[in-house]
Design a protein around this ligand. Sequence first.
Ligand SMILES: Cc1cc2nc3c(=O)[nH]c(=O)nc-3n(C[C@H](O)[C@H](O)[C@H](O)COP(=O)(O)O)c2cc1C
Length: 426
Amino acid sequence: MAPRLHLGVFFTGVGPQLLWTEPDFAAHTHIDTFIATAKTLERGLFDAFFLGEGLRVRENRGRIHDLDVAGRPDAITQLAALAAETEHIGLVATQNTTYNFPADLARRLASLDFVSGGRAGWNIVTTDNAWTGENFRYGGWLAHERRYERAGQFVAAAKALWAGDGETVERHSDLVELRAAASVPASPQGRPVLFQAGDSEGGRDLAARHADVVFSANTDYDKAVAYAADLRSRLKTYGRSPGSLKILPGASVVLGDTPREAAEKAEWIQREQTNGPRALAFLEQYWGKDLSGYDPEGPLPAIEPAEGELDPSRGTISIEHRTGKLERVAAWRRLAEERDYSIRDLVIEVNPRHNTFVGTPGQIADEWTRYVSTGAVDGFNILPQLLPGTVEDIVDKLVPELQTRGVYRSEYTGRTLRDHLFEAGA
Ligand SMILES: Cc1cc2nc3c(=O)[nH]c(=O)nc-3n(C[C@H](O)[C@H](O)[C@H](O)COP(=O)(O)O)c2cc1C
């Protein structure tokens, strides 16, 4: 039997990915949009619908980042509403291990599993936005590696509570202090399905130790192959089988009836995603200086960037960009000069957030079949740019092509999220 692709959608909400400016785009904060999206995905037999977490609106150099003014409502609350409106699709809440508490979060996630009849998932993140801590009287609190230390202890404590038969679970460390018993009975899946997102050494290790699924950032084929090999060797270290962890990289999809139509649409989306203020904010992270006085349609700033690497607590920076800043900026200057790029043109070209799969439904189905057949991935977590357009196109045009190639289900065979992800032959 051909391996099966598993699909999820990561609903990013208001922010740089999802466009909201055209009058016919769905409202990003209205529950009806979430319900309609989840129902469309269920029609397309998706494994999961994900919500991200933002506990504080994004900032850039102390100012609210341009399109983030609406913030993101709490994921578990929203998913509880979706549980009542859907029947099969998994409901995955991103929740951090830095500012939550294990007994409280374990209880809330088990509650989602009850409400949804066994469809709850937890996307474990440590949260990279240092300023988030200020909402919890913690400020920057923990350095990057210490966050992962706390995450490991936190997840182990939550798992013990879910497995605990009412027994008291105790943990005493400088990062997790706990003496608690589960406050609800075992939920339908026993515990929610555990997802992990975060690509550093600490993130990969956490995934190999605890996760059922990784929401990876390694989407390009060669990176996906290398990432899968790395994770599988880590799984071995923890005595786990290679099939016990599903790898779902994030993916952006732009479909067209012809390759040219898809390419033109992708270009339009990318320009819309990178408006002037956002292009400046992107560069400010690298310059470490206020660039708000520059014209985004004009040339790159003539002033030199600040010394020192990027702040690792910045959420918008990919892992490769955490070192080599000055060389990178010098290369960008050469590129901008060579091609006569404005600030905005340059950011569109170099921002790692790009549309990863662009083409006709048949082209993308062929490509995804190669990814899954070679074991590079177990599926994708799609980040839509247009609602309802992206999800409707995928469900109506791409899913049938995947089914024809034998790499996608033709019906749900189980009831729980774990059933979908680990279905026989998948
Ligand atoms: C695909 C992906 C999705 C993420 N989604 C969120 C999110 O919704 N909320 C959040 O606070 N952090 C999110 N994160 C960031 C994680 O919090 C993680 O801490 C961060 O990537 C830093 O860890 P790393 O150095 O291991 O990558 C996400 C990360 C990845 C790779």
